[in-house]
Ligand binder design. Sequence first.
Ligand code: AVJ
Length: 311
Amino acid sequence: MMQNTGFEKEILNGLLASRKAISPKFLYDEKGSELFESIMKLEEYYPTQAETEILENYASEMAEWIGPHAVVIEPGCGNCMKVRHLLKALIEPVSYVGMDISKEILVREASRLHDEFPHLPVFAVPADYTENFSIPGEAIRSGAKKVVFFPGSTIGNLQPAEAMAWLKKMADTVGKRGGLLIGVDTKKDPLLMNLAYDDPQGVTAEFNLNLLDRLNRELQASFDRRQFYHSAFYDEDKERVEMHLVSKIPQTVKVKDQVIQFEKDETIHTESSYKYSPKEFSLMARRAGFDLKNLWQDSRRLFCVYYFERI
Ligand code: AVJ
């Protein structure tokens, strides 16, 4: 579980603000992480299919760019599914360091990964990818190249300025000639994006609404999830998909001892998912100190995987 005081503070600050918002990182409790795994299996959720296609087709090219003896660091690894393609292709990787905010899942998945790659030292670091983390000393070998693997367009959750700061931090983490292999969703037909974030089966709605259950459980809140609905749409001006929980009626909800008021149609903004064209993203990474080595796209050109090296 989350360190409770920080969690409580952040949630209450977000709910007491004039425009209510909760960080998307709080969507990933154990249930939320499972629901996100279901989202990744949806027909409508094109990012996973497209990125998987790219990794399946080009992992060996990526491995060539990276070279032998890499320390692979994956912030926000979740079920560590995608890195398997890379680990199979890499030449004598030194170690794998997986990090995730959901500790239960991390520990389970890291040990599964170790079973599949018995010669690979696997390290599990429970951490939020937006916070400072340290790489265990045993995972590093002198002269080994550090490569951060950040698939899934997770970076899209950050505001552009935060994404920039995060990239700079990664440049420091990997050091000179270190690498960054990163998957980023591109801009496309809004209809396709709207469908991906508001699927007809309602899995994404469940993922979003699960946040209310979590607040009820962990912060003794009194949300009635039937009085809220899931909304997700691409905002052309802000160049991001937004996800909200919308209040169906005027209502008050208690969170800890705070009373939170909702007007009808008032929302809690629970996630932003920024989309970048290859040009925009390469430029941003360059400003953070990364030089583009190569990029790969899927056959439908919905998604992009980039390999950068620190200048
Ligand atoms: C995990 C942040 C990349 O923004 O596409 C999926 C999360 N939210 N469906 C995304 C998400 C709703 C996902 N990321």
